[in-house]
Design a protein around this ligand. Structure first.
Ligand code: HEM
Length: 160
């Protein structure tokens, strides 16, 4: 039962991380940048606010994924003697993608996003909105790729 709950949390977090990123990058992005190059980006628009929330959402999902993944391994440590050879090689490759996704998400949430948050208190940062959002899109796409690769490796691992 515990295993089922942990895997449920693991899979839900993966679904929200992937779904949230696709929603932000594919559906909302064209909305925000459907402007001429020199138009200011409206930070009060709904799409800007959702983009603002998506970075910490993906980061929280990654924390949940790491927590539930490590907990699952600790719960099942007695069965690890029966694992097929090569299991940890696949897990190792998966963890490389996890580390890439985690570090990029950390940078987006606490580095880039905080630079353009609370613009009413720091109006001098207003001109950084567009380049910062462009960077968030770029790193968001790489993060999404790394999470999707980790999902693939996870499914492969579970059926190895
Ligand atoms: C971006 C982060 C991650 C994603 C997207 C992810 C995704 C997945 C997916 C989709 C599965 C397959 C579940 C199934 O088909 O039953 C899985 C299984 C698993 N994951 Fe993750 N995972 C992530 C991070 C981690 C981390 C950090 C660890 C632990 C160090 C971990 C350990 C495991 C384990 C032990 C399994 C079960 C494998 C088995 O049944 O033998 N995962 N993961």
């Amino acid at each position: 039962m515990t295993d089922t709950i942990i895997m449920f949390v693991h899979l839900m977090a993966a679904a929200v991380a992937v779904g949230g990123s696709i929603f932000g990058l594919v559906l909302l992005w064209p909305h925000i940048f459907d402007l001429k190059k020199d138009d200011a980006v409206d930070e009060h628009s709904a799409s800007y606010k959702v983009i603002d929330l998506l970075a910490p959402t993906v980061f929280t999902c990654l924390l949940l994924l790491i927590g539930s993944g490590v907990y699952y391994m600790m719960e099942n440590y007695t069965e690890q003697v029966n694992l097929k050879e090569g299991y940890y090689n696949i897990l190792g490759i998966k963890l490389i993608f996890v580390v890439v996704a985690f570090l990029l998400s950390l940078y987006q949430t606490f580095g880039l996003r905080s630079k353009i948050a609370h613009l009413d208190l720091r109006p001098e940062n207003r001109e950084q909105v567009r380049p910062t959002l462009e960077k968030m899109k770029y790193f968001g796409a790489i993060t999404l790729g790394a999470v999707v690769a980790a999902v693939f490796m996870g499914i492969y691992l579970a059926r190895y």
